[in-house]
Design a protein around this ligand. Sequence first.
Ligand code: CAA
Length: 261
Amino acid sequence: STEREYIITDKKGEKQNVGYIQLNRRKALNALCDGLMKEVATALDDFEADKDVGCIVLTGIDRAFAAGADIMEMKDRQFSEVVASDFLTSWNRLADCKKPVIAAVNGYALGGGCEVAMMCDIIYAGENAKFGQPEIIIGTIPGAGGTQRLCKAIGKSKAMEMVLTGNMINAEDAEKAGLVSKVFPVDQVVNEAIKTAEQIAGYSKITTALCKEAVNKGFEMPLKEGLHFEKRLFHATFATSDRKEGMTAFAEKRKPNFTDS
Ligand code: CAA
Protein backbone atom coordinates (compact mmCIF):
# COMPACT_ATOMS: atom_id res chain seq x y z
CA SER A 1 0.00 0.00 0.00
CA THR A 2 1.03 3.61 -0.55
CA GLU A 3 0.79 6.06 2.29
CA ARG A 4 0.51 9.70 1.27
CA GLU A 5 0.18 12.67 3.61
CA TYR A 6 -3.60 12.37 4.08
CA ILE A 7 -4.66 9.11 2.45
CA ILE A 8 -3.60 5.49 2.02
CA THR A 9 -4.11 3.78 -1.32
CA ASP A 10 -3.91 0.12 -2.20
CA LYS A 11 -5.29 -2.53 -4.52
CA LYS A 12 -7.56 -5.13 -2.94
CA GLY A 13 -9.42 -8.28 -3.84
CA GLU A 14 -8.30 -11.73 -4.89
CA LYS A 15 -7.58 -10.42 -8.37
CA GLN A 16 -6.26 -7.05 -7.17
CA ASN A 17 -8.95 -5.39 -9.23
CA VAL A 18 -10.36 -3.11 -6.53
CA GLY A 19 -8.87 0.33 -5.99
CA TYR A 20 -8.78 1.23 -2.31
CA ILE A 21 -8.63 4.75 -0.88
CA GLN A 22 -8.59 5.30 2.86
CA LEU A 23 -8.92 8.85 4.17
CA ASN A 24 -6.37 8.93 6.95
CA ARG A 25 -6.17 12.34 8.61
CA ARG A 26 -6.90 10.98 12.05
CA LYS A 27 -6.28 13.93 14.29
CA ALA A 28 -8.77 16.10 12.40
CA LEU A 29 -11.37 13.31 11.99
CA ASN A 30 -10.60 13.31 8.27
CA ALA A 31 -11.59 16.95 7.75
CA LEU A 32 -11.40 17.40 4.00
CA CYS A 33 -8.64 19.97 3.52
CA ASP A 34 -7.51 20.98 0.03
CA GLY A 35 -4.45 18.73 0.27
CA LEU A 36 -6.55 15.69 1.12
CA MET A 37 -8.98 16.23 -1.74
CA LYS A 38 -6.06 16.72 -4.15
CA GLU A 39 -4.64 13.38 -3.07
CA VAL A 40 -8.03 11.75 -3.59
CA ALA A 41 -8.21 13.24 -7.09
CA THR A 42 -4.74 11.90 -7.92
CA ALA A 43 -5.67 8.45 -6.60
CA LEU A 44 -8.81 8.48 -8.75
CA ASP A 45 -6.71 9.47 -11.80
CA ASP A 46 -4.43 6.50 -11.13
CA PHE A 47 -7.23 3.98 -10.60
CA GLU A 48 -9.13 5.23 -13.62
CA ALA A 49 -6.03 4.77 -15.76
CA ASP A 50 -5.34 1.30 -14.29
CA LYS A 51 -6.84 -1.25 -16.68
CA ASP A 52 -7.07 -3.91 -13.96
CA VAL A 53 -9.16 -1.81 -11.58
CA GLY A 54 -12.90 -2.31 -12.08
CA CYS A 55 -14.29 -0.66 -8.95
CA ILE A 56 -13.07 1.61 -6.17
CA VAL A 57 -13.73 1.56 -2.42
CA LEU A 58 -13.49 4.82 -0.51
CA THR A 59 -13.37 4.66 3.26
CA GLY A 60 -12.17 6.52 6.32
CA ILE A 61 -11.22 5.52 9.84
CA ASP A 62 -13.39 3.91 12.55
CA ARG A 63 -14.35 7.22 14.16
CA ALA A 64 -14.95 9.17 10.98
CA PHE A 65 -15.48 8.74 7.29
CA ALA A 66 -14.99 12.52 7.20
CA ALA A 67 -16.15 15.28 9.56
CA GLY A 68 -16.64 17.75 6.72
CA ALA A 69 -14.74 20.41 4.84
CA ASP A 70 -11.83 21.78 6.88
CA ILE A 71 -13.35 24.53 9.01
CA MET A 72 -9.91 25.82 10.09
CA GLU A 73 -8.93 26.24 6.45
CA MET A 74 -12.26 27.90 5.57
CA LYS A 75 -12.83 30.22 8.49
CA ASP A 76 -10.85 33.25 7.29
CA ARG A 77 -11.63 32.94 3.60
CA GLN A 78 -13.28 35.87 1.81
CA PHE A 79 -16.15 35.75 -0.66
CA SER A 80 -13.82 36.97 -3.42
CA GLU A 81 -11.41 34.11 -2.74
CA VAL A 82 -13.98 31.31 -2.75
CA VAL A 83 -15.51 32.68 -5.95
CA ALA A 84 -12.15 33.14 -7.69
CA SER A 85 -11.01 29.63 -6.80
CA ASP A 86 -14.52 28.21 -7.36
CA PHE A 87 -14.09 26.58 -3.95
CA LEU A 88 -15.31 22.96 -3.73
CA THR A 89 -15.99 22.62 -7.46
CA SER A 90 -12.86 20.50 -7.82
CA TRP A 91 -14.55 17.92 -5.55
CA ASN A 92 -16.69 16.99 -8.56
CA ARG A 93 -13.74 14.86 -9.65
CA LEU A 94 -15.16 12.14 -7.42
CA ALA A 95 -18.72 12.36 -8.75
CA ASP A 96 -17.30 12.33 -12.28
CA CYS A 97 -15.26 9.17 -11.75
CA LYS A 98 -16.01 6.78 -14.61
CA LYS A 99 -15.49 3.67 -12.52
CA PRO A 100 -17.97 2.76 -9.77
CA VAL A 101 -17.07 3.95 -6.29
CA ILE A 102 -18.41 2.37 -3.10
CA ALA A 103 -18.26 4.42 0.10
CA ALA A 104 -17.66 2.36 3.25
CA VAL A 105 -18.70 4.70 6.05
CA ASN A 106 -17.83 4.28 9.71
CA GLY A 107 -18.36 7.03 12.26
CA TYR A 108 -19.05 10.61 11.22
CA ALA A 109 -20.02 11.51 7.68
CA LEU A 110 -20.81 15.16 8.24
CA GLY A 111 -21.11 18.13 5.93
CA GLY A 112 -18.62 17.60 3.12
CA GLY A 113 -18.14 14.06 4.47
CA CYS A 114 -21.78 13.21 3.85
CA GLU A 115 -21.56 14.95 0.48
CA VAL A 116 -18.47 12.98 -0.52
CA ALA A 117 -20.24 9.75 0.46
CA MET A 118 -23.21 10.78 -1.69
CA MET A 119 -20.91 11.41 -4.67
CA CYS A 120 -20.14 7.69 -4.52
CA ASP A 121 -22.36 5.17 -6.28
CA ILE A 122 -23.18 2.92 -3.35
CA ILE A 123 -22.94 3.66 0.37
CA TYR A 124 -22.34 0.87 2.90
CA ALA A 125 -22.45 1.98 6.52
CA GLY A 126 -21.08 0.59 9.75
CA GLU A 127 -23.48 0.40 12.68
CA ASN A 128 -21.79 3.42 14.27
CA ALA A 129 -22.17 5.67 11.21
CA LYS A 130 -23.70 9.10 11.61
CA PHE A 131 -24.76 11.23 8.69
CA GLY A 132 -25.49 14.92 8.88
CA GLN A 133 -25.29 18.28 7.16
CA PRO A 134 -24.37 20.51 10.12
CA GLU A 135 -23.29 23.53 8.03
CA ILE A 136 -26.21 25.60 9.32
CA ILE A 137 -24.71 25.39 12.81
CA ILE A 138 -21.56 27.17 11.64
CA GLY A 139 -23.40 29.79 9.59
CA THR A 140 -23.17 28.34 6.13
CA ILE A 141 -25.01 25.86 3.93
CA PRO A 142 -23.97 22.60 2.26
CA GLY A 143 -21.81 23.42 -0.75
CA ALA A 144 -21.00 20.09 -2.37
CA GLY A 145 -24.38 18.53 -3.01
CA GLY A 146 -25.98 18.40 0.44
CA THR A 147 -29.04 20.40 -0.58
CA GLN A 148 -29.32 18.51 -3.88
CA ARG A 149 -28.17 14.89 -3.67
CA LEU A 150 -29.55 14.42 -0.16
CA CYS A 151 -32.99 15.57 -1.31
CA LYS A 152 -32.94 13.10 -4.19
CA ALA A 153 -31.71 10.32 -1.92
CA ILE A 154 -34.15 10.63 0.98
CA GLY A 155 -36.86 13.06 -0.15
CA LYS A 156 -37.55 16.68 0.66
CA SER A 157 -38.97 16.48 4.17
CA LYS A 158 -36.16 14.39 5.66
CA ALA A 159 -33.49 16.32 3.76
CA MET A 160 -34.93 19.68 4.80
CA GLU A 161 -35.05 18.54 8.39
CA MET A 162 -31.39 17.55 8.23
CA VAL A 163 -30.06 20.68 6.51
CA LEU A 164 -32.20 23.12 8.53
CA THR A 165 -31.51 21.58 11.96
CA GLY A 166 -28.02 20.19 11.39
CA ASN A 167 -29.12 17.08 13.32
CA MET A 168 -27.46 13.77 12.49
CA ILE A 169 -29.15 10.49 11.58
CA ASN A 170 -27.75 7.09 12.51
CA ALA A 171 -26.97 4.17 10.23
CA GLU A 172 -30.30 2.43 10.79
CA ASP A 173 -32.30 5.55 9.88
CA ALA A 174 -30.01 6.22 6.93
CA GLU A 175 -30.75 2.74 5.63
CA LYS A 176 -34.49 3.12 6.17
CA ALA A 177 -34.41 6.43 4.32
CA GLY A 178 -32.50 4.93 1.40
CA LEU A 179 -29.32 6.96 1.87
CA VAL A 180 -27.28 3.81 2.43
CA SER A 181 -27.89 0.47 0.82
CA LYS A 182 -26.69 -1.80 3.65
CA VAL A 183 -25.52 -1.63 7.27
CA PHE A 184 -22.81 -3.91 8.69
CA PRO A 185 -20.89 -4.29 11.95
CA VAL A 186 -18.10 -1.71 12.07
CA ASP A 187 -15.30 -4.21 11.51
CA GLN A 188 -16.99 -5.75 8.46
CA VAL A 189 -18.13 -2.79 6.39
CA VAL A 190 -14.88 -2.32 4.47
CA ASN A 191 -14.58 -6.03 3.68
CA GLU A 192 -18.18 -6.16 2.53
CA ALA A 193 -17.57 -3.13 0.30
CA ILE A 194 -14.51 -4.83 -1.16
CA LYS A 195 -16.50 -8.03 -1.79
CA THR A 196 -19.18 -6.10 -3.68
CA ALA A 197 -16.47 -4.17 -5.53
CA GLU A 198 -14.85 -7.48 -6.59
CA GLN A 199 -18.19 -8.66 -7.93
CA ILE A 200 -18.64 -5.45 -9.92
CA ALA A 201 -15.04 -5.58 -11.14
CA GLY A 202 -15.70 -9.07 -12.49
CA TYR A 203 -18.09 -7.78 -15.14
CA SER A 204 -17.23 -6.01 -18.37
CA LYS A 205 -15.74 -2.63 -17.49
CA ILE A 206 -17.11 -1.05 -20.63
CA THR A 207 -20.65 -2.19 -19.81
CA THR A 208 -20.26 -1.09 -16.20
CA ALA A 209 -19.19 2.40 -17.27
CA LEU A 210 -22.25 2.70 -19.53
CA CYS A 211 -24.51 1.45 -16.77
CA LYS A 212 -23.15 3.97 -14.26
CA GLU A 213 -23.49 6.74 -16.82
CA ALA A 214 -27.10 5.83 -17.54
CA VAL A 215 -28.05 5.99 -13.86
CA ASN A 216 -26.19 9.25 -13.22
CA LYS A 217 -27.39 11.04 -16.33
CA GLY A 218 -30.93 9.99 -15.49
CA PHE A 219 -30.58 11.77 -12.16
CA GLU A 220 -30.22 15.04 -14.01
CA MET A 221 -32.75 14.52 -16.79
CA PRO A 222 -36.52 14.47 -17.17
CA LEU A 223 -37.71 10.83 -17.22
CA LYS A 224 -38.46 10.82 -20.95
CA GLU A 225 -34.95 12.04 -21.83
CA GLY A 226 -33.41 9.63 -19.35
CA LEU A 227 -35.29 6.69 -20.83
CA HIS A 228 -34.16 7.70 -24.31
CA PHE A 229 -30.55 8.03 -23.18
CA GLU A 230 -30.76 4.63 -21.50
CA LYS A 231 -32.17 3.03 -24.63
CA ARG A 232 -29.30 4.38 -26.76
CA LEU A 233 -26.67 3.16 -24.28
CA PHE A 234 -28.42 -0.21 -24.18
CA HIS A 235 -28.23 -0.31 -27.97
CA ALA A 236 -24.57 0.72 -27.74
CA THR A 237 -23.76 -2.40 -25.71
CA PHE A 238 -24.56 -4.33 -28.91
CA ALA A 239 -21.41 -2.77 -30.39
CA THR A 240 -19.26 -4.48 -27.75
CA SER A 241 -17.73 -7.94 -27.81
CA ASP A 242 -18.57 -8.30 -24.15
CA ARG A 243 -22.33 -8.10 -24.79
CA LYS A 244 -22.02 -10.91 -27.35
CA GLU A 245 -19.78 -12.91 -25.03
CA GLY A 246 -22.12 -12.47 -22.05
CA MET A 247 -25.18 -13.70 -23.91
CA THR A 248 -23.30 -16.46 -25.70
CA ALA A 249 -21.87 -17.71 -22.41
CA PHE A 250 -25.38 -17.84 -20.95
CA ALA A 251 -26.63 -19.86 -23.91
CA GLU A 252 -23.63 -22.21 -23.66
CA LYS A 253 -24.11 -22.55 -19.90
CA ARG A 254 -20.59 -21.33 -19.07
CA LYS A 255 -18.98 -18.35 -17.40
CA PRO A 256 -18.39 -15.35 -19.66
CA ASN A 257 -14.85 -14.27 -20.42
CA PHE A 258 -15.07 -10.51 -20.66
CA THR A 259 -12.29 -8.61 -22.43
CA ASP A 260 -13.48 -5.07 -21.76
CA SER A 261 -14.02 -4.45 -25.43
N1 CAA B 1 -12.71 20.83 10.14
C1 CAA B 1 -11.55 20.98 10.81
N2 CAA B 1 -11.25 20.29 11.92
C2 CAA B 1 -12.16 19.43 12.39
C3 CAA B 1 -13.39 19.23 11.74
C4 CAA B 1 -13.66 19.97 10.56
N3 CAA B 1 -14.77 19.81 9.86
N4 CAA B 1 -14.09 18.30 12.44
C5 CAA B 1 -13.32 17.94 13.47
N5 CAA B 1 -12.15 18.61 13.44
C6 CAA B 1 -11.04 18.51 14.40
C7 CAA B 1 -11.35 19.26 15.68
O1 CAA B 1 -11.07 20.62 15.54
C8 CAA B 1 -10.45 18.56 16.65
O2 CAA B 1 -9.14 19.06 16.47
P1 CAA B 1 -8.20 19.36 17.79
O3 CAA B 1 -8.00 18.00 18.40
O4 CAA B 1 -6.97 19.93 17.19
O5 CAA B 1 -8.98 20.28 18.66
C9 CAA B 1 -10.44 17.14 16.15
O6 CAA B 1 -10.87 17.18 14.82
C10 CAA B 1 -11.38 16.23 16.92
O7 CAA B 1 -12.67 16.83 16.94
P2 CAA B 1 -13.52 17.10 18.26
O8 CAA B 1 -12.61 17.37 19.41
O9 CAA B 1 -14.53 18.13 17.96
O10 CAA B 1 -14.19 15.66 18.46
P3 CAA B 1 -15.60 15.31 19.11
O11 CAA B 1 -15.61 13.85 19.23
O12 CAA B 1 -15.83 16.15 20.34
O13 CAA B 1 -16.69 15.78 18.03
C11 CAA B 1 -17.63 16.05 15.81
C12 CAA B 1 -16.76 15.18 16.76
C13 CAA B 1 -19.08 16.01 16.26
C14 CAA B 1 -17.52 15.42 14.44
C15 CAA B 1 -17.10 17.49 15.81
O14 CAA B 1 -15.71 17.46 15.58
C16 CAA B 1 -17.74 18.39 14.79
O15 CAA B 1 -18.83 18.85 14.99
N6 CAA B 1 -17.02 18.68 13.68
C17 CAA B 1 -17.46 19.62 12.68
C18 CAA B 1 -18.54 19.02 11.81
C19 CAA B 1 -19.00 20.05 10.78
O16 CAA B 1 -19.48 21.10 11.11
N7 CAA B 1 -18.85 19.69 9.50
C20 CAA B 1 -19.28 20.53 8.41
C21 CAA B 1 -18.15 21.38 7.94
S1 CAA B 1 -18.67 22.56 6.76
C22 CAA B 1 -18.74 21.77 5.29
O17 CAA B 1 -18.48 20.60 5.19
C23 CAA B 1 -19.14 22.59 4.09
C24 CAA B 1 -19.54 21.79 2.87
O18 CAA B 1 -20.71 21.69 2.54
C25 CAA B 1 -18.53 21.15 2.06
